[in-house]
Design a protein around this ligand. Structure first.
Ligand SMILES: [Zn+2]
Length: 251
């Protein structure tokens, strides 16, 4: 094997690529061994680190978007919804989501989710949103905002999986975890200021995908119409996404 590898790398580019695929992660600049070659998993083309990255973020390489990157898109989606709330497609999406949310049941705060199915955990995540009185409109705006950001960002990972996982994560941030506020002494002013703690228990990759699939089932048809308009509204207000090449000025 060592002999074949040696000759392949030197003389035969195609063979060398094949060998590399089996032995080394295909993500650029990653030199870790693939799961298969390491014997730690089933992935033939990626290392363990990048497999776990995909499970958490929905992409082997793209990180989860920051709330600040997503915000202008969600705001624009909210504005789009206000202008189109009587449209048939929006009404259909809204009632489908409402109907689903009405059926998710209640949340017991002391509920132990260990050992429960993915579908059950995803339902609990939606039940938390309902208990936190997050309006259905907001959930739709987040899905549209995430879809628009991925479409508008030239450096994004434009796959269905990235979209649904990112939408699920953004929705999940709204409701989960412990949120505490308390006063601390501020030496600069001599008075007190408020400190905040937000703890979000992590949802597993499977649960995130289930949450994302549910949002997609209700919102994807609407997204086809709305996304280009949401992007246009966002660009008008905040300028083009930073990934866009600068437009040459005409004199
Ligand atoms: Zn890797």
């Amino acid at each position: 094997m060592a002999e074949r590898l040696y000759r392949g790398r030197r003389s035969n580019a195609a063979f060398s690529l094949k060998v590399a695929e089996e032995r080394q992660c295909t993500i650029p600049a990653c030199s870790r061994p693939t799961e298969v070659s390491e014997g730690t998993g089933l992935a033939r083309y990626h290392c363990r680190y990048h497999i776990q990255h995909k499970s958490r973020h929905g992409s082997h390489w793209h990180p989860t978007y920051k709330a600040s990157e997503l915000r202008p898109y969600v705001q624009s989606a909210e504005r789009w919804i206000m202008e189109h709330r009587e449209d048939t497609t929006y009404r259909g999406t809204y009632w489908e989501m409402e109907h689903f949310m009405a059926g998710v049941g209640r949340v017991d705060p002391a509920m132990n989710l260990r050992g429960q199915s993915t579908a059950y955990r995803a339902r609990v995540a939606f039940a938390r949103l309902r208990a936190a009185e997050i309006p259905t409109r907001r959930l739709i705006a987040i899905y549209l905002g995430v879809a628009a950001l991925i479409e508008d960002d030239f450096g994004s990972h434009r796959t269905r999986e990235f979209r649904i996982v990112q939408a699920a994560k953004a929705v999940h941030r709204l409701s989960s975890g412990t949120h505490r506020k308390w006063d601390v002494w501020d030496p600069r002013t001599g008075g007190t200021r408020q400190a905040e703690l937000h703890v979000y228990p992590r949802s597993s990759g499977h649960v995130l995908r289930k949450i994302g699939e549910t949002l997609e089932a209700a919102c994807d048809e609407l997204a086809r119409t709305a996304v280009p308009e949401v992007i246009a509204m966002r660009s008008e207000r905040f300028g083009p996404h930073p990934s866009h090449p600068p437009v040459a000025k005409a004199f």
